[in-house]
Design a protein around this ligand. Structure first.
Ligand SMILES: Nc1ncnc2c1ncn2[C@@H]1O[C@H](COP(=O)(O)OP(=O)(O)O)[C@@H](O)[C@H]1O
Ligand SMILES: [Mg+2]
Length: 254
């Protein structure tokens, strides 16, 4: 079976510093993989590399068998449709001057230009429904929405093209704790319902543990441990994983 995502010995340097220092990962289709680690460990660099936004110094990244470093425009188009990203700040993907409907339909105009207005509208409303937002919000602007609603719109926008792989970089870190729990519940439900492959990056081990099947622990651009969630939470073997788990044991709501 072709892996949903295969990363082989990925190295990425910034001015001589190795942000990724030989990362290997293989995700079967439908797996939700969490990536945790302290700030600066290389999580966002890894996420962006999967999107093809950071060309690697060496190594290889393939999505469903397609190399993200391709020069072939048709392959690039296909990759952009297959892989979507959700960022920490909804404002990174939402233009304040666009209505919610326009923001969610924008990727469709790029990836399915043949779609007529009625079909586009239908797909937008389906995507909003998927993230439990009422259709009545479609004509509003992002500024009229709460932070949690804005992040739901970002997720709808990421899903509207029906990708196979969703890369989420700290998708709940900017939200209030109670709203975080709601968005995590949504992400877990979407993973179960849609059978998507996730790469879920977070410094929050609880968030990742709630949504993901398996967790990779990053430190200084390397994956020091990667194990099924249950196994990692109950019996991490690497000292750094234990340290992260210890830090996460402080009580929190939800
Ligand atoms: N665009 C960039 N230019 C220069 N250095 C960068 C860039 N992006 C990340 N880095 C560096 O790479 C390392 C990993 O960063 P990052 O992937 O953002 O970590 P994390 O998301 O785990 O906090 C850090 O040392 C950071 O300063
Ligand atoms: Mg980051």
């Amino acid at each position: 079976m072709t892996a949903a995502l295969a990363i082989e010995d990925a190295v990425k340097t910034f001015g001589g510093h190795r942000a990724l220092d030989g990362v290997d990962l293989v995700l079967p289709p439908g797996e939700a993989l969490g990536v945790i680690g302290e700030s600066g460990s290389g999580k966002s660099t890894l996420a962006r590399a999967v999107l093809g936004l950071h060309p690697l110094d060496s190594g290889r990244i393939r999505v469903g068998g397609l190399d993200v470093r391709t020069g072939d425009r048709a392959v690039v188009r296909e990759l952009r449709r297959r892989v979507s990203m959700v960022f920490q700040e909804p404002r990174e993907s939402l233009n304040p001057r666009m209505t919610i409907a326009a923001a969610v339909s924008e990727p469709l105009r790029v990836h399915e230009p043949g779609l007529g207005p009625a079909d586009r509208r239908r797909r937008v409303l389906e995507a909003l429904d998927l993230v439990s937002l009422p259709a009545a919000l479609a004509e509003r602007h992002p500024g009229a929405l709460s932070g949690g609603q804005q992040q739901r719109v970002s997720i709808a926008r990421a899903l509207v093209t029906q990708p196979t792989l969703l890369v989420l970089d700290e998708p709940t870190s900017a939200l209030d704790l109670s709203i975080q729990a709601q968005v995590l519940t949504l992400l877990r439900r979407l993973h179960a319902e849609l059978g998507l492959t996730y790469v879920f990056v977070s410094h929050d081990i609880d968030a990742v543990g709630y949504v993901c099947d398996r967790v990779a622990v990053m430190l200084h651009g390397r994956i020091v441990e990667c194990a099924p969630t249950e196994q990692l939470l109950t019996g991490a073997s690497h000292p750094y994983s234990k340290e992260l788990l210890g830090a996460a044991l402080s009580p929190r709501p939800a």
